[in-house]
Design a protein around this ligand. Structure first.
Ligand SMILES: Cc1cc2nc3c(=O)[nH]c(=O)nc-3n(C[C@H](O)[C@H](O)[C@H](O)COP(=O)(O)OP(=O)(O)OC[C@H]3O[C@@H](n4cnc5c(N)ncnc54)[C@H](O)[C@@H]3O)c2cc1C
Length: 380
């Protein structure tokens, strides 16, 4: 058993961190968080660096690579900002669903555009009455001649309003059966007539942004159906594991940044004539934080590793998602305590982690749903 990254993987992570340091500066991150603006400049840089081709086969203009490689990118980007990393991850893991489930002509048309930055992707599942219970979605698509007409509403969709977003909209296509048998996925550009995206005011994750989408008589051609009609449930499950594995490595990257900030502060700040880190209460808190972040990272790597090898990873992905998200929240809370009032100030970075972290046990399947999955996999 060997739990270390290879020399090459370490280099990828480090060179990415170095390349991003000049773009994802503290001032830039503070500005887009406060103003709630999408990180277009960062996305353009990812395209230039070839990151948007990772995981996409060379026949579609990508650089190949696996979920494991994407997990390392996600970890490295989230080290700067979990929020900003989601702009990258959402687009890529939604692209993975297209790669896995799309028809060959769809992949040939859209994947090169994803790689070269002409489009990005968002996944539209949740609705006002359908959160954890995806089967309750009400958005529907009805066939009219050679078109499909979509009506409904989506909620909380990450980055849906960003320029050139291609939405993957989950809709009921057969009202006479369950969502498992009667749901499909539609590929719809976000500037299609009848699509209205409204950015929502959220506590965190303010740059990538969360959107409410109103879908009114949106007419799309038959070719807009991802893969085959009525196979949406299968495609949903195929996409969720990659989504959760990548967000989990993002949690580890962001949580590590929290520990590093708190460690640096505790090594410099003096009270009662001593550095904070010399007080055992603070040193032990930091020791616990680093231990838990290491455990979160290992769980995330295990999940990504299994997916990269084509193995089922439902249990491992849920464990990584559950533990990683709860660890990020926990260390952001402890980090704020270590920084005292500085941590609580909107002028420092810790509060952004505190806010961004809080979303992670809710989005991409809540902690309760992950526990349900793990318990089921245990045979309960
Ligand atoms: C930052 C963020 C980004 C998101 N991005 C997207 C996106 O890009 N696309 C998209 O489609 N959606 C997105 N979502 C929505 C997300 O998928 C849902 O928030 C999530 O599935 C939970 O649904 P809900 O919020 O409606 O909560 P509910 O399902 O209403 O649950 C409320 C509470 O009840 C608990 N609960 C529900 N059912 C059970 C059960 N059976 N057992 C135990 N507890 C239960 C939940 O865990 C939760 O604590 C995002 C959400 C957030 C916060």
């Amino acid at each position: 058993m060997y739990f270390e990254l290879s020399e090459e993987q370490l280099q990828v992570r480090e060179s990415l961190r170095r390349a991003m340091a000049s773009i994802l500066t503290p001032d830039y991150l503070r500005k887009i968080d406060q103003e709630g603006t999408y990180p277009y400049e960062a996305y353009d840089a990812w395209v230039q660096l070839g990151l948007t081709g990772c995981g996409i086969p060379t026949q579609y203009g990508g650089t190949g690579g696996s979920i494991e490689d994407l997990a390392l990118i996600s970890e490295a980007l989230a080290y700067f900002s979990y929020d900003v990393s989601t702009a990258f991850m959402v687009s890529l893991f939604t692209g993975m669903t297209l790669l896995k489930c799309g028809r060959s002509e769809q992949k040939a048309a859209l994947l090169p555009q994803l790689v070269n930055g002409e489009i990005r992707m968002s996944v539209c599942i949740s609705e006002p009455e359908a959160g954890s219970d995806v089967g309750a979605i009400k958005t529907r698509a009805v066939k009219a001649g050679n078109k499909w007409v979509l009506n409904g509403q989506k909620l909380w969709v990450t980055a849906a309003g960003a320029r050139k977003s291609m939405l993957q909209i989950y809709a009921r296509t057969d009202a006479n059966t369950s969502a498992k048998k009667g749901m499909s996925v539609f590929l719809v550009p976000n500037d299609t007539p009848g699509i209205e995206c409204r950015k929502l005011e959220m506590l965190g994750r303010r740059a990538a942004g969360s959107y409410e989408i109103f879908i009114t008589d949106v007419r799309v051609p038959e070719t807009a159906i991802l893969g085959e009609v009525n196979r949406g449930w299968e495609y949903l499950l195929a996409g969720l594991q990659a989504e959760r594995a990548l967000t989990s490595s993002g949690y580890a990257g962001a949580a590590q940044k929290v520990v590093d900030i708190a460690f640096t502060y505790a090594s410099e700040r003096k009270q009662f004539g001593k550095k904070l880190g010399e007080f055992q209460a603070i040193a032990h808190m930091l020791a616990d934080m680093q231990t838990e972040v290491d455990a979160a990272r290992l769980l995330a790597y295990r999940a990504a590793g299994r997916l990269s090898r084509g193995l089922d990873a439902s249990r491992e992905v849920s464990m990584a998602k559950l533990f990683g998200s709860e660890t990020y929240i926990k260390v952001a809370n402890q980090g704020m305590q270590i920084l005292g009032a500085y941590g609580y100030s909107l002028e420092t970075e810790m509060q952004r982690h505190f806010r961004d972290a809080r979303s992670t046990t809710i989005g991409a399947g809540s902690s309760q749903m992950q526990r349900n999955t793990i318990a089921t996999m245990m045979g309960l």
